[in-house]
Design a protein around this ligand. Sequence first.
Ligand code: NAG
Ligand code: NAG
Ligand code: NAG
Length: 416
Amino acid sequence: MKRTPQSIRFLINRYCSSSIVTLSIFSILVLLTIIISLRHPSVVSQSSLSSTKASTFLSDNEESLPELPRLAYLISGTKGDVGSLKRLLLAVYHPRNYYVLHLDNDALDSERLELAKYAKSEKVLREFRNVMVIGKANLVTEKGPTMIASTLHGIAILLKQAKWWDWFINLSASDYPLMPQDDILHIFSYLPRDLNFLEHTSNIGWKEFQRAKPIIIDPGLYHSKKSGVFWAKEKRSAPASFKLFTGSSWVVLTRPFLEFCIWGWDNLPRTLLMYYTNFVSSTEGYFHSVVCNHKDYQNTTVNHDLHYIRWDNPPKQHPMNLTIDHFNDMVHSGAPFARKFAKDDPVLDKIDKEVLRRSGNHFTPGGWCRGSHLDKDPCKVYGSPDAVVPTPNSKRLENLMMKLLESENFRSRQCK
Ligand SMILES: *[C@@H]1O[C@H](CO)[C@@H](O)[C@H](O)[C@H]1NC(C)=O
Ligand SMILES: *[C@@H]1O[C@H](CO)[C@@H](O)[C@H](O)[C@H]1NC(C)=O
Ligand SMILES: *[C@@H]1O[C@H](CO)[C@@H](O)[C@H](O)[C@H]1NC(C)=O
C-alpha cells in the first residue's frame, strides 16, 4: 500500500482553521481559499494556480504528503520482564523512533545487563543507535509518586539524548501494539504536532475521597528497598488554586508540552509535581492536571489514551488480561496499542501473525525492510527509515482519529 493523502487531512484543516483565532481577516480569507480548494480541487481553475506553489500542494503526488513524525517511547518493566520487553521492542521498533528501556529497582542487575547487551549486539539496533537502556534503576512504588518521577526521568533522557521527536509514548511490558509503526507514523503525519492524547475528566467522583483527600508518603523516595506507601491519618481538602483532573495513566504527549513540564519556566508543572508527591496514583493525574490548568495547553487535548483496555464490571485494581476472545474487538477498535497481556499469551502470537506480520525474534516489517518477503527476516536487509508503507490497519487508526477530532467529540471533551 502506498502512502496517499488521507481523508483525515480535511478534518485537520478544520481544526487548524478553528484554532487560529488571532489571524487577520486577510490571512483567514487566504486560509479559507486554500481549505476550500483542497476540499473541492475542481472549483479552482487550473490556470489561476498552475504557476504558483499551490498547485504542487493540491496534487496527489508524494511531495504533497506531510512530513513523517518521530516517536519517542519509554518502555518500563520490572523483575522477570526482560523477555516481554524484548518482544515488545521488536514489535514496536522503527528506525525513525527512539526507545528508552527501564527496568525498575526490583529487577536484577543481571537482567538489566542482559537487556543492555541485547541493544548493543543486535545488528539493526546498533546501526540506528536509537535504543537506550537506563543503567541505574529507579525504585518505583506502585501508586506512589516515584512512578511519575521515573516517567519524568525517562522523558528527560529522551529530550537530552535524542535529536528530535514529536510525540512521547508510555508503554509497559504488558502492553502490545495493534498495528505496525508504519501505520502509526503515516496517520500521525497528518496530525497537528501539538495534539496531546490523554484520557481525562475533572469529574473525579469517588476518587476525591479515595485519591485527592488522603495524604500518602512514598518510602521509595528515600529508602532503597521497595515497600508500600504510608497513609497519613490527616486528610486534606481539595485544592483551590488549580483544578484536579484524573484519567488513564497511558499517555501520548507532545514534545513542546513535555519541555514545558520538564524545563519548568512556568511554575505550574513544578507546583503540581510537589502537590502530587503526596497523592495516591499520581500518574493518573499529573499530566492531566498540568495540561488542563494552563491556557496554552488546554486546547490541545484529545480525550483518549490510544489504548484498548478492558475493565471488569465493577472495575478491579488492574484491567482484564486480554485473550484470544478479545482479538476482533481490540483490532477493530482502531487503537494503536492494547493492554494488558499476560506474558506470552497466545493472543500475542495471533497479533504478530495477523496484524504485525512478525515472526519469531524478528522486527515488525515495514517500508524500511528491504529483504524479500520470502526471507525469514526481511529486515536483515534495510533501506531508508523514511520509507513508510502503510497497511490496511492504518484505515482503522484513521477512522478512530476522525471520530476523536469530530467537533462533537473534540472541543466539547477538552478539560471538562
Ligand atoms: C507510564 O508507564 C507505566 C508502565 O510502566 C505506568 O505504570 C505509568 O503509570 C505510566 N504513566 C505515566 C504518566 O507515568
Ligand atoms: C481555547 O478554546 C477556548 C474555547 O474554544 C477559547 O475561548 C480560548 O481562547 C482558547 N485558548 C487559546 C489559548 O487558544
Ligand atoms: C493476568 O495475568 C497475570 C500474569 O501476567 C497473572 O498473574 C494474573 O493472575 C492474571 N489475572 C487473571 C485475572 O487471570
